[in-house]
Ligand binder design. Structure first.
Ligand code: ADP
Length: 925
């Protein structure tokens, strides 16, 4: 007979021992002689993964579904062996940025977003409270079982036990005290708790020892080793089958299939999904993040832990099957819950010491988990939920306080108590209806939701804040729908119809068979859908959303952490400077004076600075301070706080506007300068071009003048020296002289005209004129040219054009120019010119078409400009000055008409001009 007093004494004695160990650990840490700074303790602390769920629940799970229980341990093993670089990267990032929780990690990665930190915290709390409840339930069950010793009670209901009489309640209170004492002793920027880790490592030894003890007892004392036990189990199954012909009973199923993955209700899909979520759980469960990342003393400890930890998992699972078989053999009627075999077997054998030890082992598994989990959650609640709200309150409420560190600790302590009370409340209301396993798996499924944002965050720079928020919310909603709401059905809070027929009897929305997806069990069904939408939203929204500058920086710092953290963990991405006293008082407020001084003198020592001479904190110091603060209040809040004392930010809005204004002016001014320079350059270029053209023009004109002059002069000389020259020849010579002189006159007139037009000194004589007469005049005066080259001219002048008013002589000049150009560029003899006159309502149009050499498109636009001649490499420079068309254009422009050319090189050109029919109005300007 075990006295209740003895059990209580042992229980609370064990708690006392934990307190002592933790106290010792802290004292050694304060003295600088850490007891936990080695890979073995680190690996043992990782084993906080094995909770009461492992301790009691594995056997239960093995009885229900054979080897399925193993996935929960194979997953972490795989992660440790294959995914250790994920761990390594997370640890490095967290150390560099002083990250203290998984919420802080995600918030910090996505631009130090307080929203994200809050979301992660809420999800974590919702996911973990039932898990804590599960541990309390295990403690409570254990106590009630062993308290009945040697009786093995099969039926007790929590509802019959008053809270006052429930040991679990007192244990919960003790755990709260423990967590408060060793988890919130002081505000540490690194947020490490050595005493706590020491206690957790000790608990891991206790629970392993207890499992091994009961395992060895069952296998080698009750039975004769593995072989014997398995043999008996098989015989028993055969006998049972033969007896009942029923192969569906729990026991026969496990014996038939205990070595198959495809045990009862387990498919390969379920197996893989369990594997997946347990791989993720070992990293993303808040308590695992706490021990593996936050409490990590030295990154190198990970190297050993990645094989020590899997060894531990193997050891703690070795005797699960033997205990399961033995339990089924010992209690064949199924009246004893398989979750309790570990304890009920030694009790049935009247081994009170072993039973007591097992009870302690279960308690150690449960308390270890509860302690670390509550501390992790309280850090999150304080830093990512409460602080961001407090810091946004009006300054007066908070501003009076000199020291916030007390406030911070109070918030944390309150959240620890709150979390534990919530856990206990959950256990007393809903937890009763669940087997240990399903509650644990629900938590795993929820924690897996952090994976896309976390893994994406450290390996993919493209992940954005909006992507992470949407992914998390989507995944969480699916989890609530497919697992949480149905759990309310089980507890009788929601109607059974919700699960069986779907909400509003919509089949497709049945929470366990969403969109008709079958053949998954509840957990893997939920994981499948929630991860699908989570990853989908995370990637989809990330791709389409626009990251802010800080998102970019944080993404780069996280993804490339090994590149940036080379220099003693310093990063130089902060550009501000601050007044040192401001910064100091900020740190004082949150860390307390002692820690601030220690941290700052540490900083000064490393850089050989002296505070006496320092007034401003440079960028480096500011970022150091921000990281110190981040450790205490979370990165998002730290950013807000530091921003409040940094110089750049203290500028008034007007100053900022002024600076902006000045900058804008300078920019505008320099733009104008640029523009002016460009214009000058352009003008200069034009001048140079003109200069060149003028030179060309002068040489052209002189050339054009010299040719006729030379012939006039030589002919005149001949006539002068040969007075007796014969009549015909004399006539011919003087004829040429006259023609050449006329050409000279024309040329000189052209140049003079051009000069007059350019200087706007042309005297225009406006009369009413007949365009037909103008054309005929021009033809008459060019007849000689045309005949000389034997060119045919066609006319299409059949219209009766309306009269126009304008300068008749100048318009004749235009026509002459066009016709003589046409002649000039036509072949002799084959040349053909067509002159066309068309009229429409309010204008007349004249075309002069030739079948000459034509003009290529590029030159067509140029020939109307002054001095432009088409230079053909084959023919050389055409004869002429290059101002004929320029003058023509000026004349037509004066008449408000238009002149243009259509031409195909090699086929000929058509020069056209049009004039308004009634010009009075137009010319009266
Ligand atoms: P010019 O007074 O020397 O005749 P224009 O200004 O009238 O000069 O013509 C400029 C240039 O246009 C000519 O040098 C010639 O290259 C081109 N051009 C003018 N009319 C024709 C035409 N009917 N066919 C081919 N090229 C022409």
């Amino acid at each position: 007979m075990l006295e209740t007093g003895v059990i209580l004494f042992v229980s609370f004695g064990y708690m006392g021992l934990l307190f002592a160990i933790a106290h010792y650990g802290d004292k050694r840490a304060d003295a600088g002689r850490s007891i936990i700074s080695n890979p073995y303790i680190y690996a043992l602390s990782l084993a906080v993964y094995c909770t009461a769920w492992t301790f009691y629940g594995s056997v239960g799970l093995a009885v229900r579904s054979g080897l399925g229980f193993l996935t929960i341990y194979i997953g972490p093993t795989l992660m440790a062996l294959l995914g250790w670089m994920v761990w390594q990267k997370i640890i490095r990032i967290s150390k560099v940025h002083r990250i203290t929780s998984i919420a802080d990690f995600i918030a910090s990665r996505y631009g130090k977003s307080t929203t994200l930190g809050g979301i992660v915290t809420i999800i974590a709390v919702i996911g973990i409270i039932p898990y804590i409840a599960l541990q309390l339930k295990a403690i409570s069950t254990g106590f009630f079982l062993i308290n009945q010793y040697p009786e093995i009670s099969v039926s007790f209901h929590y509802s019959e036990i008053p809270i006052i009489g429930d040991t679990a309640f007192y244990i919960a209170l003790l755990l709260a005290i423990f967590a408060i004492l060793f988890g919130t002793r002081h505000l540490d920027a690194a947020e490490r708790h050595e005493g706590l880790v020491a206690a957790i490592a000790f608990e891991s030894i206790v629970k392993l020892a207890a499992t091994l003890t009961v395992g060895i007892f069952v296998t080698y004392v009750i039975h004769n080793g593995f072989g014997d036990l398995f043999q008996k189990a098989a015989e028993y199954a055969d006998a049972k089958n033969a007896l009942s012909g029923d192969s569906g009973s729990v026991s026969s199923v496990i014996f038939d299939k205990y070595l198959l993955i495809k045990g009862q209700g387990n498919s390969y899909t379920d197996w893989s999904i369990y594997l997946l979520i347990s791989m993720l759980a070992i990293i993303f469960l808040p308590r695992q993040f706490q021990v593996a990342v936050v409490e990590n003393v030295n990154e190198e400890h990970l190297n050993k832990a990645i094989w020590l930890f899997p060894l531990y998992l193997l050891a703690i699972n070795i005797f699960v099957l033997p205990v399961a078989f033995s339990g089924v053999l010992r209690f064949p009627d199924g009246s004893i819950d398989a979750d309790t075999f570990v304890l009920t077997l030694p009790m049935a054998e009247r081994q009170q010491l072993i039973a007591l030890f097992v009870y302690l082992g279960g308690m150690s598994a449960a308390t270890g988990m509860v302690i670390v989990e509550t501390i992790a959650l309280s850090t999150m609640i304080c830093n990512d939920l409460v602080m961001p709200v407090l810091l946004r309150l009006p300054i007066e409420t908070l501003g009076l306080r000199q020291d916030y560190s007390g406030l911070l600790l109070t918030i944390r302590r309150c959240s620890i108590v709150l979390v534990l009370l919530l856990g206990y409340a959950y256990f007393r209301t809903i937890g009763e209806f669940y087997a240990l396993v399903s509650i644990g798996l629900m938590s795993f499924a929820l924690v897996a939701q952090f994976a896309p944002a976390m893994l994406g965050g450290i390996f993919w720079k493209g992940g954005t804040r909006s992507g992470a928020i949407c992914g998390l919310i989507a995944g969480f909603s699916v989890w609530v729908y497919t697992l949480f709401l149905p759990s309310l059905v089980q507890a009788g809070i929601l109607s059974q119809d919700f699960v069986n027929r779907g909400p509003f009897s919509i089949e497709l929305l049945k929470p366990f068979q969403l969109f008709g997806l079958q053949h998954f069990n509840r957990i893997s069904h939920s994981v499948f859908w929630s991860m699908l939408v989570n990853i989908g939203f995370y990637i989809g929204v990330s791709i389409f959303s626009r990251p802010r500058a800080i998102d970019h920086t944080q993404a780069a710092l996280f993804v490339d952490v090994f590149r940036y953290s080379g220099v003693a963990g310093e990063s130089h991405f902060w550009r501000g400077t601050a007044h040192l006293p401001d910064l100091k008082s900020l740190l004082n407020r949150f860390l307390g004076k002692r820690r601030t001084d220690a941290a700052l003198s540490d900083y000064a020592d490393k850089r050989k600075l002296s505070w006496n001479y320092l007034v401003t904190a440079d960028a480096d110091l500011v970022s150091y301070a921000e990281r110190l603060l981040a450790g205490a209040i979370g990165s998002a809040s730290a950013r807000v706080m530091v921003a409040s004392v940094v110089k750049e930010e203290s500028l008034g809005i007007e100053e900022v506007l002024n600076i902006l204004d000045e900058t804008r002016q300078v920019i505008a001014y320099s733009r104008e300068l640029e523009k002016a320079t460009a214009e000058l350059q352009e003008a200069n270029q034009r001048l140079q071009d003109l200069d060149r053209l003028k030179d060309e023009f002068i040489s052209t004109v002189t050339h054009e003048l010299r040719t006729p002059l030379t012939s006039v002069r030589s002919l005149a000389e001949i006539l002068h020296t040969n007075p007796s020259i014969d009549g015909n020849q004399h006539k011919s010579f003087t004829g040429i002289i006259i023609k050449e002189s006329e050409r000279l006159t024309r040329l000189i007139n052209q140049v003079l005209d051009y000069e007059k037009i350019e200087s706007a000194q042309m005297d225009w004589v406006i009369t009413s004129a007949d365009i037909k007469e103008i054309i005929q005049d021009a033809i008459a005066s060019t007849r000689q040219l045309v005949e000389d080259k034997n060119i045919t001219i066609d006319y299409e002048l059949n219209d009766h054009p309306p009269p126009i008013s304008g300068d008749r002589d100048r318009l004749v000049q235009v026509m002459v120019n066009l016709i003589s150009n046409a002649v000039k560029f036509c072949d002799a003899d084959r040349g053909k010119i067509t002159i066309r006159l068309t009229t429409s309502d309010n204008q007349v149009q004249v075309d002069v078409q030739d079948n000459g050499i034509g003009i290529n498109a590029e030159d067509q636009s140029k020939i109307f400009e002054k001095f432009q001649q088409v230079k053909d490499p084959a023919r050389g420079r055409p004869y002429g000055t290059g101002i004929g068309l320029t003058i023509s254009k000026r004349i037509i422009d004066f008449h408000h008409g238009r002149i243009w050319v259509n031409s195909t090189p090699g086929k000929g050109s058509t020069f056209s001009f049009s004039l308004p029919a009634t010009l009075e109005a137009a010319l009266s300007h």
